[in-house]
Ligand binder design. Structure first.
Ligand SMILES: NC(=O)c1ccc[n+]([C@@H]2O[C@H](COP(=O)([O-])OP(=O)(O)OC[C@H]3O[C@@H](n4cnc5c(N)ncnc54)[C@H](O)[C@@H]3O)[C@@H](O)[C@H]2O)c1
Length: 313
């Protein structure tokens, strides 16, 4: 069968494509930056075409040619600093273009990336885990667009009977992440390059999850014809930047990670206590211990820098 992936050459997509190919899928990626991933080793299984998801004709033409049974949309502006119309065109119109083109070509199975951002700050919930059934308190541009995407997907589900699933990744981490939430990434990658790094608050909380885990989640969810729910939290590892810095120092004793303030920052933190029972029980995902993922990222950077690999402790 064929899976169509919009935004498939990005940070998550370039890991997801090989996982789907290993499962026997043919894949057509449509991306405005098709050159940012190399799938040559996957041969004919993967086709990459250039297209703009905010242009309905591009999506329709690519989907009509691909004739997919499944579709995924990962194309998005991360962050909330984009001008309103620019953000709207990719995040809102682009998402609807994928839903509508999928509908018109008879592709009933769709998945897309929402985000933990729909929940806003942890302070809205107090000191407890947040589930998919909780009210969404997100309020910035990125969060509001994700909240609207979720509403729109449910409208398609109700009115057109489509099987559209939202996945809400937490703070995705990996060596090549450069947009979105990046402090928890730079806390690892900068010391791994021998560079100093400084953050405002030691107690700022994050919920990182390695990008390999997120790619595996998308693969399992899209390959399931009828998941039990319309939305899934990925969850991740709730951790302060200070504790993350301590893990990094365990591998790199000379790491120069400093904080402006030793306390505070927790009240400003986004949702970090995230319940992923739904995903774990239905899809059987198990995450590798987070400290192993930190070491993996350090070694990815050391490989780039032509430094010797650190052994697993
Ligand atoms: N990375 C994270 O921490 C994180 C966390 C939560 C949710 N998400 C969501 O996951 C999805 C994928 O994120 P990512 O980290 O892979 O982002 P990314 O920016 O690396 O990938 C997005 C891809 O979309 C492509 N794209 C951008 N504009 C396009 C357009 N007009 N037409 C076609 N393609 C276009 C980009 O070229 C890129 O390849 C996004 O929806 C993002 O909001 C990411």
């Amino acid at each position: 069968m064929t899976t169509f992936i919009a935004g498939g050459t990005g940070f998550i997509g370039r890991r997801l494509v090989p996982l789907l190919a290993q499962r026997g899928e043919d894949i057509v990626c449509m991306d405005i930056n098709p050159q940012t991933a190399d799938f040559a080793h996957l041969g004919d299984r993967v086709k990459v075409v250039r297209g703009d998801v905010s242009q309905f004709d591009d999506v329709m033409a690519a989907m009509t040619a691909a004739k997919p049974q499944r579709a995924i949309n990962l194309a998005y502006w991360l962050g909330s600093t984009h001008t309103p119309r620019v953000a709207f065109r990719l995040n809102i119109l682009g998402m609807d273009n994928v839903f509508e083109a999928a509908r018109l070509v008879g592709c009933n199975r769709v998945a897309y990336a929402s985000s933990l951002a729909v929940n806003g700050e942890q302070k809205f919930y107090g000191d407890r885990m947040v589930t998919e059934d909780d009210f969404c308190h997100g309020h910035v541009q990125y969060a509001m667009h994700k909240i609207f995407n979720e509403w729109q997907a449910r409208d398609y589900r109700e009115k057109h009977g489509m099987e559209i699933t939202a996945i809400r990744p937490a703070n995705v981490t990996g060596p090549d992440k450069i947009v979105g939430s990046v402090d928890h990434v730079f806390c690892i990658t900068e010391p791994a390059r021998g560079k100093p790094v400084r953050f405002p608050y030691r107690d700022a909380m994050r919920c990182p999850i390695h990008v390999d885990e997120v790619a595996e989640i998308f693969a399992r969810v899209i390959m399931t014809e009828k998941p039990q729910h319309w939305v899934y939290n990925t969850g991740g590892q709730a951790i302060s930047l200070g504790d993350l810095a301590d893990i990094v120092r365990g591998y790199l004793p000379d790491a120069r990670i400093t904080f402006d303030k030793e306390t505070g920052g927790q009240e400003l933190s986004g949702n970090y206590l995230i319940d992923n029972t739904r995903l774990v029980s239905e899809f059987g995902v198990q995450y590798r211990p987070y400290h192993e993922r930190v070491l993996q990222i350090i070694n990815d950077i050391r490989k780039e820098e032509r430094l010797p690999q650190l052994a697993v402790g």
